[in-house]
Write a protein that binds this ligand. Structure first.
Ligand code: ADP
Length: 437
């Protein structure tokens, strides 16, 4: 009997699944792109369709031998459900900032500088539901309701247990991931707004923890074994980190997408709200990092992907252009420089596009190096190796330039898909097995 594991990624543009065998080799991949401009009232039915569809597309001979499934969602996409798991409101998506209206209220509850103090945090969204939405529509004030993240709800559709989440999804709800408990300020704060007998906060487990087996009906419907275990999930960006292969403290993943995102595996957590730095727990290690507004979106402002490739080939990565750029699309950055007024620095602009591109690639590489320095200055484990992901990772000239500034080995991730990281979680079911000291 061969064992297979499914990781399912609910990202911003669609759902994907990756099936791996016990040797971690990918045996099947499926996807379900979300249609553009979907109304929020249709999200939950779309998610359910996507979940079932990405599973049903997996060839039957693998599906019949699935040992475990884990799901990652987008961080801070949240739902409020009744006791049958039926959402009582439209979900609030990760980037929805309607809760800006409750920030003052949130400030009275949460410690200053806590990660929840943001209009898009899960806690801000919960408070919005408890105050603004309740005042407008008075939903089931007397009935219990469950607060869940997207990944929790999707897993519930498979295992049927309500009220379970993981400590990655729950970080932005205010869960104390160091002490593995809901902090008193959170409980007291929510108690001042609602009846906690009726608001069911999820019980939090480690990502990957086996929750229970799939329900017999869903196993039958999806042609999965009745013994298939559904595991606690994670968030999309942590899943992408797990996919990269980085596992030792000091190893990092730089995502060179539209923006520049750094993640460094560390022995100790560091949190610095001024720079938007926070830490996720990864077993007995910590994943810390920050995000800069620089990145591929600035490159795209000036170059097509094709000309990026062509011009890059003409760059000598060992030579320094001496153009001291800070590439941004508009003013303001948070990490590694926290200055909302910081202006893009893109002058002087040479006539030769190859030189100009070199200046941009070097500028972003310098910001990356400065970012890792800042994380280390604040106490993170010293950087030893950087894996690359995102659109810019496929540019070997840029990799060579970055290596010059970073001064550590820079390698491409073998896997960059969040669904792969989540499949590893389903296979190992323990974060400590995916990382090493
Ligand atoms: P996201 O998911 O954040 O939108 P991707 O990971 O898809 O981004 O990466 C897209 C970015 O990669 C674009 O902004 C583009 O400028 C950049 N990019 C594409 N090809 C190259 C290349 N050859 N060299 C450097 N950057 C590139």
């Amino acid at each position: 009997m061969v064992n297979f594991y499914i990781g399912i990624d609910f990202g911003t543009s669609g759902a994907r699944s990756i099936t791996i065998n016990s040797q971690r080799t990918v045996v099947a991949q499926t996807q379900f792109p979300f249609p553009p401009f979907t109304d929020t009232s249709e999200w939950v039915s779309l998610w359910k369709t996507a979940l079932f569809d990405v599973i049903q597309q997996i060839p039957l001979h693998f599906r019949r031998q699935i040992d475990a499934i884990a799901i990652n969602g987008t961080s801070a996409t949240v739902l409020l459900c009744d006791t049958n798991g039926i959402p009582v409101q439209s979900p609030i998506l990760y980037n929805d900032s309607r809760a800006i209206t409750v920030l003052e209220q949130l400030k009275k509850i949460a410690p200053p500088d806590h990660i929840v103090n943001s209009a898009t945090s899960s806690l801000a969204k919960l408070i919005w539901w408890l105050t603004v939405e309740t005042a407008n529509t008075k939903p089931q004030k007397s009935a219990p309701h469950y607060f869940l993240h997207q990944a929790d709800w999707l897993a519930f559709l498979l295992h049927g247990k309500l009220g379970i989440s993981d400590y990655h999804n729950s970080l932005k709800l205010g869960y104390d991931v160091e002490n593995l408990t809901y902090p008193n300020w959170l409980i007291n704060g929510l108690q001042s707004l609602t009846d906690l007998e009726l608001l069911k906060l999820p019980d939090i487990v480690a990502p990957g923890t086996p929750i229970t087996t799939i329900t017999p009906e869903i196993a039958e419907q999806l042609k999965l074994p009745k013994t298939c275990v559904i595991c606690a999930g994670t968030t999309d960006s942590i899943a992408a980190f797990l996919a990269s292969g980085a596992k030792i403290p000091g190893e990092a993943v730089t995502s060179l997408g539209s923006t520049l995102v750094l993640k460094l595996l560390s022995n100790s957590p560091i949190n610095h709200s001024k720079y938007g730095i926070y830490s996720h727990r990864l077993g007995d290690l910590w994943l810390t990092g920050g995000a800069s507004n620089t990145g591929g979106a600035v490159l795209r402002q000036f170059f097509s992907d094709r000309s990026l490739e062509n011009f890059s080939r003409q760059i000598n990565p060992n030579y320094n252009s001496n153009l001291n750029y800070y590439p941004l699309i508009k003013k303001g950055d948070r990490f590694p420089i926290n200055d909302p007024e910081l202006l893009p620095r893109l002058q002087p602009r040479p006539d030769n596009p190859v030189e100009f591109l070199q200046g941009l690639l070097e500028g972003i590489a310098k910001i990356e190096a400065q970012g890792y320095q800042l994380l280390q200055q604040l106490g993170a484990t010293p950087l030893t190796q950087v894996y690359s992901a995102g659109g810019g990772a496929k540019n070997p000239i840029w990799t060579a330039i970055r290596q010059r500034y970073l001064n550590v080995n820079t390698v491409n991730s073998i896997h960059t898909e969040a669904a792969y990281g989540t499949a590893l979680l389903a296979r190992n079911q323990k974060l400590t097995e995916l990382t090493h000291h």
